[in-house]
Design a binder for this molecule. Structure first.
Ligand code: ZN
Length: 435
């Protein structure tokens, strides 16, 4: 039995507004056994329980990236490069990606489309303790039309019978969620554009019905307003991108926009805007003013009770696995309160993934998925870049490059990952006993 206490200036259990000053978390056998004020937790613990203090730091739930593609190489010119690697190469690369996610404090990811169900192999290897990484949920090959978006991942299906068969094949392969590519995407060379429909209303409904039969939720890649509506009607659980797109941008009539936002809020579906470092790059190129329509749509959704969740689309060209915080900071730039952004990264994200009873919060009985960061992220999300220790289902992971001090902003290739494990660890961290 492994038991340890971690304490810090602040413990954030997860829900906005909740905070424990001078708090502590007691972890036993991978599960949170106790939390509260430091003195109380220490008094309730067995005498001699190892206790590590983190002055000036905050303990909060591990971050959740609800939208990644572990098998894609973010450095590749085209996502199609994934089709050329063999399974062994891909799995090794995916293990590296999982490690990078864990380094930046991401303890749960949902892989929304990869080649075959290699992500399922990785999921099982991490769960068994063979590899460091976040908990993985996987969609396997995303379902698309012949020649449609991500066709090269192996999930082509046309018409209702083939769609049903594709869903069943994925379920047989052991996926956790079904991913539907309802619209096209610029990521697939020569494929339909983002505002073009790929799947009909009936095909979406058939896929959702088939997934439901096996108790699995559906995530839908939707950019156009009509695709969003059709997915909600069918009972999709999470709307990916959800950018209200048209050929000219997110410019549907304000009245139609308001009505659609109300429909999303009433449906209970979750929305992942898939914001990442690319938002910052686009803003630098075209000016933040041009980003306003997208930011407005998100802020309006937040204000109208739509459950927004954080996800980066990491793995797609130009979106590295280690820049989670860059996407989250755009929630705040859109006018969403910082604590609400943190909920989108933890509590609400876990709920969206059906993991509310396992992770996303710090509470007795939940898995010990937590991070220690230098500073208070309620004041500035940037401190999330200085992750000192990660616990993933209770397993301790010291991030590569930790202890280097908070970084003002992310760099594409640089600080994270350059340092061997253990280097620079502990600077500024008081250690009473090893965690
Ligand atoms: Zn994606």
């Amino acid at each position: 039995m492994t038991t340890r206490i971690l304490s810090a200036d602040v413990v954030l259990p997860g829900p906005a507004g909740e905070a424990i000053g001078d708090g502590a978390v007691l972890v036993r056998d991978g599960v949170i056994a106790d939390l509260g004020p430091r003195a109380e937790v220490a008094a309730r613990a067995e005498p001699g329980t190892p206790h590590r203090e983190f002055p000036g730091a905050t303990i909060l739930p591990g971050l959740i990236d609800t939208h990644v593609h572990l098998s894609l190489d973010p450095g590749a010119a085209q996502a199609t490069a994934v089709a050329e690697a063999d399974d062994g190469e891909l799995l090794l690369a995916m293990a590296g990606h999982a490690r990078r996610l864990l380094d930046v404090g991401v303890t749960t990811v949902r892989d929304l489309g990869g080649r075959g169900n290699l992500a399922g192999r990785l999921r099982d290897a991490v769960a068994a303790g063979h590899l460091p990484g976040p908990r993985v949920l996987t969609a396997g090959a995303p379902i698309t039309v012949t020649g449609g978006h991500f066709w090269f991942l192996g999930g082509e299906a046309d018409g209702i019978p083939e769609i049903r068969a594709a869903v069943r094949r994925n379920l047989r392969a052991g996926v956790d969620v079904i991913k539907l590519l309802v619209n096209g995407s610029r990521l697939t060379p020569g494929g339909p554009r983002g505002w073009h429909r790929q799947l009909t209303d009936e095909e979406i409904a058939a896929a959702v019905e088939e997934a439901r039969r096996f108790g699995r939720p559906v995530a839908a890649h939707v950019l156009g307003a009509d695709a969003i509506e059709a997915s909600l009607t069918a009972g999709v659980r999470t709307l990916e991108h959800c950018s209200f797109g048209t050929p000219a941008g997110p410019v549907i009539e304000p009245e139609a926009r308001d009505a659609l936002i109300a429909t999303i809020a009433a449906s209970g579906a979750f929305v992942c805007p898939t914001w990442s470092i690319t938002m910052s790059e686009t803003a630098a190129r075209v000016g933040e003013e041009r980003m306003r329509p997208w930011l407005e749509v998100a802020r309006q959704q937040y204000e109208n009770g739509v459950k927004l969740i954080a996800g980066t689309d990491a793995g797609t060209p130009g979106v590295p696995f280690e820049l989670y915080v860059d996407g989250l900071e755009w929630f705040v730039r859109a006018g969403i309160p910082t604590e609400a952004a943190l909920e989108s990264a933890t509590v609400i994200a876990a709920d969206a993934l059906g993991l509310a009873e396992r992770t996303g919060r710090l509470a007795p009985g939940l898995d010990a998925d937590l991070i220690v960061v230098a500073g208070d992220p309620r004041e500035d999300l940037a401190v999330l870049r200085d992750v000192q220790v990660v616990l993933a289902r209770g397993r301790v992971h010291t991030p590569a490059g930790s202890g280097l001090g908070a970084r003002a902003g992310s760099v594409r290739a640089g600080v994270v990952g350059e340092f061997a494990v253990g280097e620079g660890v502990g600077a500024g961290v008081a250690e009473r006993s090893p965690v």
